[in-house]
Design a protein around this ligand. Structure first.
Ligand SMILES: *[C@@H]1O[C@H](CO)[C@@H](O)[C@H](O)[C@H]1NC(C)=O
Length: 279
């Protein structure tokens, strides 16, 4: 069935992947979030640095029941060509479906060396991350890195009214294995493929980042903890932008400030020692 309704123009084509590409950034976004997407396009996703032709960002968006919003998405994709529109209902409990759909598209159509999965309220340091992957990262396969949760925060939530509720039928253990926060994690392409393989054998749960952790464990991939992924948005100093790769929870104004700091950090931080490891 034509989810867009008979009256609209034909459904726009999926994004055109760069090839070969170093890094694909998958950004989960709700259909109505056109403002955060616009801000991202003019801040960290604007291609300005030396590695600009080696990475690409794509928004993951599902179906909206609101016809006006659905048409808006279609127009946005026609204009920018950076939205992967999935055939699932776009709800929070469907976030796992959204991310798995993105992974499948990456594995089948895009095949970059690495992916970063992040959200539309995050800042991504596109000035440093591609360069870091090219010049400093030594873990070329089986890479899964991000900000890990403490053991207490890995307890499975059994309270049915919670946004993160998971039943015992869907996942039996009381604790998740170590996993990287969904604000941002990096996977090498082989890790994406192994995770997709594991997904064929493990029942999905709606907690996307925990599910990826469960799949990674099943696929024999060990998660790497890195302080380069910041769960808390504090007033980072300019030279912190030589180090941080993802910062969570930014308003549109803060995205502009973060971009300014990222650009300033290129030339302003010659005094600070370059950190070349994940930690
Ligand atoms: C997820 O999307 C599917 C396919 O559109 C839909 O049938 C299902 O109801 C959605 N689930 C939730 C929890 O929103």
């Amino acid at each position: 069935p034509n989810v867009w309704g008979g009256a609209g123009p034909p459904r726009p084509a999926p994004p055109r992947p760069l090839s070969p590409s170093l890094l694909l950034i998958l950004v989960t976004s709700a259909p109505g979030n056109s403002e955060p997407r616009q801000v991202i396009r003019r801040t960290w996703a604007a291609h300005e640095g030396q590695t600009a032709n080696q990475w690409q960002s794509v928004f993951l968006v599902g179906q909206s029941a609101d016809i006006g919003v659905a048409h808006g998405i279609q127009r946005e994709q026609q204009e920018f060509g950076d939205i992967l529109i999935g055939n699932y209902q776009d709800t929070y409990r469907n976030l796992t479906l959204k991310v798995m759909h993105g992974f499948k598209w990456v594995a089948e159509r895009c095949r970059p060396s690495y992916i970063l999965k992040t959200d539309d309220d995050c800042f991504v340091n596109t000035d440093r991350l591609p360069e870091f992957l090219l010049e400093h990262n030594t873990i070329k396969t089986g890479l899964y890195a991000g900000s890990l949760f403490s053991r207490e925060k890995r307890q499975v939530i059994r309270e049915p009214s919670s946004k993160w509720y998971v039943s015992r039928q869907d996942y039996r253990p009381d604790e998740y294995p170590p996993y990287a926060s969904g604000i941002g994690y990096i996977l090498s392409l082989d890790a994406v493929e192994r995770i997709l393989w594991a997904a064929e054998h493990v029942h999905p749960i709606p907690v996307e980042d925990a599910y990826v952790g469960i799949l990674a464990e099943k696929a024999g991939i060990r998660v790497k903890s890195s302080a380069r992924f910041a769960k808390h948005n504090v007033r980072w100093r300019v030279c912190n932008y030589r180090y941080l790769m993802v910062i969570h929870h930014l308003s549109p104004q803060e995205q502009e400030v973060a971009k300014g700091n990222m650009l300033q950090a290129r030339s302003a931080c010659h005094e600070s020692l370059e950190v070349t490891r994940w930690k």
